[in-house]
Design a protein around this ligand. Structure first.
Ligand code: NDP
Length: 369
């Protein structure tokens, strides 16, 4: 439950837990509804915008009522002809243990049981739906704002679209990825290696991650980045980038914006590309971000900078599937997730995301199947 709208930074106390008794069957008068047991909640950076009550093309959280986000769930009871008890679904439901969904047409059914369930939130999401299901939901997207949120929180597709469409990589080019250990960043790094590029990532935390490796070590040892550095240990981003890219950067995949973007522009090569994916360093602040003073570098180097929303490139979804599914099955792409246990851990997990505690896709396990 959202206790108060967030002004600057998220605190754990911005959310609270409420317990109420429910019957584990569909109440009378709810024909066409499904009752879900929620298994996994997805924690994504855009949630902060929903907690700030900003005017957005997204359904904001409402004070004192349950918060709705992407979940993976199991059908406990159904009065809808298309859904049966024990089927697995994912979609926009509540941050709660059980959800009564009166309009289940917006839920996706899980088709492929070969893959771990948690994969549905994060890298794959739609992969596991058959093509008819994808088409049904694609059409829905045009009508339901809620669906736009689902697509926005889709790291695998974001990395694919941002890197291959907006960065136009060529073999041998140099690639820099910020927030590289995050859900999007680490996949961009792996795509860059597959494309034959030299790739460097930055990440923040010195702390040991759940994998007993520091985040920067994880980038090199687990995800195959050529080099990685801790941006929090660097006094001068410009100098750090010169160290890793003595001949300049061809491609920058920007997840953070702000001062890092400014430093990158000093180091771009002729005809470089910058994909403006996210600006997480600026989301948590009320102050105007420090301006980009050196756009002349982009002009002189003829750099192409372009922002994108994954939701607008959904037509590339079949290409994404064609490339990514075999890579996953052949274990050429490593998928790692951070897991917090129990619904009560959700506020802390969200806070952790903005303080750089997570590595890869952040999930809350509400219940095991
Ligand atoms: P994650 O939640 O997986 O990771 C976010 C990471 O960002 C954190 O782990 C933290 O790691 C880093 N971070 C947090 N605060 C800062 C800061 N002040 N400065 C620098 N780094 C920070 O994020 P995603 O991978 O899901 O998303 C990455 C970006 O992509 C976000 O900006 C998001 O909004 C954007 N996005 C854009 C989409 C689009 O359609 N354009 C769609 C989906 C996401 P660290 O330890 O390195 O600091």
């Amino acid at each position: 439950i959202l206790s108060n709208y967030v002004k600057t930074s998220v605190k754990e106390s911005d959310m609270s837990l409420r317990t109420s008794k429910i019957q584990l069957k569909i109440p009378s008068g709810c024909d066409g509804a499904v009752l879900l047991k929620n298994l996994y909640l997805s924690i994504d950076p855009f949630i902060l915008a929903l907690m700030k009550n900003q005017e957005l093309d997204l359904p904001s959280f409402t004070l004192d009522s349950r918060s709705c986000l992407m979940n993976m769930s199991k059908v406990l009871d159904s009065s809808h002809p298309n859904f049966k008890t024990d089927e697995l679904v994912w979609g926009f439901t509540g941050w709660e243990e059980y959800s009564l969904i009166k309009d289940p047409d917006q839920l996706f059914k899980v088709q492929d049981k070969d893959l771990p369930l948690s994969y549905y939130i994060g890298i794959l999401e739609l992969v596991v739906c058959d093509s008819a299901e994808v088409m049904r939901c694609t059409n829905l997207r045009l009508k339901i704002n809620v669906f736009r949120v689902i697509i926005l929180g889709m790291p695998g597709m974001t990395a694919y679209v941002g890197f291959f469409k907006f960065c136009s990589p060529k073999k041998g080019e140099t690639v820099y990825v910020s927030a590289a250990s995050g859900a999007v960043g680490q996949l961009v790094g792996q795509f860059a290696k597959i494309a034959g590029c030299y790739v460097v990532g930055s990440a923040g935390s010195k702390e040991k991650s759940a994998f007993a490796l520091m985040k920067v070590d994880l980038l090199k040892n687990k995800f195959g980045f050529d080099e990685a550095f801790n941006y929090k240990e660097e006094q001068d981003y410009n100098a750090a980038l010169k160290r890793y890219f003595p001949d300049g950067i061809d491609i920058y995949f920007d997840n953070v914006g702000g001062k890092m973007l400014e430093a990158v522009l000093n180091n771009m090569r002729l005809n470089g590309r910058v994909a403006l994916c996210g600006m997480i360093s600026q989301y948590n602040s009320l102050e105007q971000p420090e301006g980009i003073h050196n756009l002349i570098n982009a002009l002189v180097k003829r750099v192409r900078m372009e922002g994108f929303f994954t939701s607008e490139h959904y037509h590339l979804y079949p290409n994404f599937l064609e490339m990514v599914v075999p890579l996953i099955k052949e274990e050429k792409i490593t998928y790692v997730k951070d897991i917090a246990e129990g619904i009560e851990s959700a506020p802390g997990a969200l806070f952790g995301l903005y303080s750089g505690r997570n590595v890869w896709k952040l999930l809350v396990v509400v219940a095991r199947e």
